[in-house]
Design a binder for this molecule. Structure first.
Ligand SMILES: [Zn+2]
Ligand SMILES: [Zn+2]
Ligand SMILES: [Zn+2]
Ligand SMILES: [Zn+2]
Length: 204
């Protein structure tokens, strides 16, 4: 095992696809003014699956009350009252018009964004070689397809995971890992094989 940790690779292992988007990420390719209607009133980031709060208790407020569906549901589960004013039976409905506008915003790859951030935090004057770079710039609506299918920074498990190798790396590095660890993987398979043989023998 060459023991690379996820932190060294600099990719985010899991992105919660239902939670709101990091505002900093959206600000990379959009102006602050473009984003002002998309701010989640709970987390202050950019809404994902926007909902309107439509409670009659504060129906006379002039500002639009928009939250990410996931943020609101989590909030209501933990607090049992509306996030705007402390009253029960918070009413809300999906804001499809806002969702449509949101879908058309441009965004860079969140994994690349995360990786660049970690690199700049580590930067102490040393030149840093970025092995893999995701050039994705596209619409928000195409983001999940990108992250799932075409992102070069997506982490994959080693093929020998079921035998006990817990190495994770970006797709392009998997071949190197497999080549460099033939012996190790072989011994893992043998160990599994031997323990299965013992089980079989104990039943005979
Ligand atoms: Zn939110
Ligand atoms: Zn309310
Ligand atoms: Zn990507
Ligand atoms: Zn492995």
């Amino acid at each position: 095992m060459d023991g690379k940790t996820q932190e060294e690779i600099g990719a985010t292992p899991i992105l919660l696809q239902s939670s709101c988007y990091d505002k900093e990420l959206l600000l990379k390719l959009n102006q602050e003014e473009q984003l002002q209607h998309f701010v989640c009133l709970i987390c202050k980031q950019i809404v994902n699956n926007p909902v309107d709060l439509t409670c009659s208790q504060h129906g006379n407020l002039n500002e639009a009350l928009v939250a990410g569906e996931n943020c609101l549901k989590t909030y209501l589960r933990d607090n049992n009252h509306c996030p705007v004013e402390p009253h029960e039976n918070c009413q809300y409905s999906k804001n499809r018009a806002l969702q449509k506008l949101l879908d058309e915003l441009v965004v860079m790859c969140p994994r690349q964004f995360q990786a660049s951030k970690q690199i700049s935090q580590k930067d102490n004057g040393q030149p840093f070689i970025i092995a893999y770079y995701c050039h994705f710039k596209g619409k928000v609506k195409d983001l999940s397809n990108h992250l799932e299918n075409t992102c070069p920074l997506k982490l994959v498990d080693c093929w020998f995971g079921p035998f006990g190798c817990n190495h994770v790396c970006v797709k392009h590095e998997l071949k190197d890992h497999l080549t460099a660890n033939l012996q190790f993987h072989f011994s893992l398979v043998m160990k599994t094989f031997e323990s299965m043989q013992k089980i079989i023998q104990s039943y005979q």
